[in-house]
Design a protein around this ligand. Structure first.
Ligand SMILES: Cc1cc2nc3c(=O)[nH]c(=O)nc-3n(C[C@H](O)[C@H](O)[C@H](O)COP(=O)(O)OP(=O)(O)OC[C@H]3O[C@@H](n4cnc5c(N)ncnc54)[C@H](O)[C@@H]3O)c2cc1C
Length: 370
């Protein structure tokens, strides 16, 4: 393989890096694009996530971040259709919505309703009786629930489809870890890996939680830290629940199609810690079983740890570097990177191809002098 003279090299083979490569190659098939990714990285967020597409459950205010996430949700059905078409893979996507039981929302109930009303969200409040009728498996302890029109995806299928789709479009996927760069002044010439150097006209740094150490090699202080999440997946009948159940630290993500339900999650500042703790997993099951009692004795399929890439201000870092002429960043998508994938792919493609109308300042790398 000749690792030379690419127009664009994306560093990072999670959903963020892959989706930008996908979009750019679709728009400009003549461009020579590569994605460099470190496949032994078992902590990557894109395969560890629950796949909730939940702008209305996660956001606190009607700001640019919320609007970006909402736009991304709206783009999802078309994005998945395109990916399925190019990759030939199937992807579970449900737009049936999610429910927030009073049990999990607690004293934030009124604030949530006010927010949903203010932003014109598609939502309903279901009484206890309506809940019994629609979701008989839900615990009575849940009380009323708020139903919101948002989505759920099987993010591992999404990741698999992205890998296949970029290959089908002719993007080179290079299974390597980037350890350094060769540069001339403020221009990057090569990304360096253990098995050689890769020359490109432009680069995108999309290394998730590892973006900080990668940027350090470029003498840039990128304030991204890993936020650890422990999760598990249990075997449950598909019919048990159609909706995603959302709370802040307790959620149930039905992957269905015989793939069970994902139960999440912890939020821990513990660096690159890969440990899975049995007590933490049991706590997740216990909390989720308060909502859906059939989970208590459901067979455990697997448990895992993943790392969310979080910037100091909680916003993504997307756009052009102010320090290097041919470098872009797309990282820091924190708790919502799966949700942001389609909009992020469009936004970054416009950045790289020079067709962007307006930069979102709050996301700009220049806020950290990158
Ligand atoms: C437990 C958990 C639950 C989550 N749940 C949800 C959810 O329900 N909904 C949602 O929207 N989001 C969720 N997220 C967040 C979402 O998963 C992330 O924001 C998103 O996946 C980030 O994608 P990424 O591609 O930037 O990073 P990653 O998926 O971490 O990928 C980073 C990539 O960079 C590669 N890399 C790193 N260093 C190098 C290097 N030096 N050289 C080459 N490659 C390198 C890695 O190997 C990997 O391929 C969750 C995350 C976690 C951990």
């Amino acid at each position: 393989m000749k690792l030379d003279n690419f127009d664009l090299v994306v560093i990072g083979a999670g959903v963020i890096g892959l989706s930008v490569a996908f979009r750019i190659k679709q728009i400009k098939p003549q461009m020579k694009v590569a994605v460099v990714g470190d496949s032994v990285n078992s902590l990557m967020a894109s395969r560890a996530a629950a796949g909730m597409l939940a702008p209305y459950g996660e956001s606190e205010s009607d700001d640019c971040f919320f609007r970006f996430c909402r736009e991304s949700l709206e783009k999802y059905p078309k994005f998945v259709d395109e990916l399925v078409g190019v990759s030939g893979e199937s992807i579970y996507l449900s737009m049936a919505g999610s429910i927030m039981p009073k049990l999990l929302v607690g004293d934030r109930w009124e604030d949530r309703l006010t927010f949903l009303e203010k932003v014109g969200a598609p939502f309903e409040v279901w009484s206890k009786e309506r809940v019994r009728e629609k979701i008989p498996y839900l615990s009575e302890e849940c009380g009323e629930v708020i139903w919101v029109g948002q989505g759920q995806i099987n993010n591992r299928q999404l990741h698999d489809a992205l890998v296949k789709a970029i290959k089908n479009l002719g993007v080179e996927l290079i299974d390597q870890r980037v350890t350094g760069f060769i540069k001339s002044g403020d221009v990057l010439d090569y990304a360096v890996t253990d098995s050689g150097k890769i020359k490109s006209r432009e680069f995108i740094l999309a290394g998730g939680s590892w973006s900080g150490p990668l940027a350090k090699v470029l003498d840039v202080e990128l304030p991204i830290r890993p936020v650890k999440g422990q999760m598990c997946r249990v075997q449950v009948d598909d019919d048990c629940l159609e909706y995603t159940v959302g709370g802040y630290l307790t959620y149930i993500a039905p992957w269905r199609e015989g793939n069970g339900f994902v139960l999440g999650s912890t939020m821990e500042d513990r660096g690159y810690d890969p440990i899975i703790e049995n007590e933490a997993i049991q706590r997740l099951i216990d909390q989720a079983a308060r909502v859906l009692p059939c989970l208590r004795n459901a067979p455990l399929i697997e448990s895992w740890t993943g790392l969310r890439p979080a910037a100091d201000d909680g916003m993504p870092v997307m756009g052009k570097s102010s320090r290097y002429q041919n470098l872009f960043y797309s990282t820091g998508h924190f708790r919502n990177g799966i949700l942001q994938t389609p909009n992020q792919a469009d936004y970054m493609a416009q950045h790289v191809l020079g067709t962007l109308d307006r930069e979102i300042e709050e996301f700009s790398p220049s806020r950290y002098n990158l």
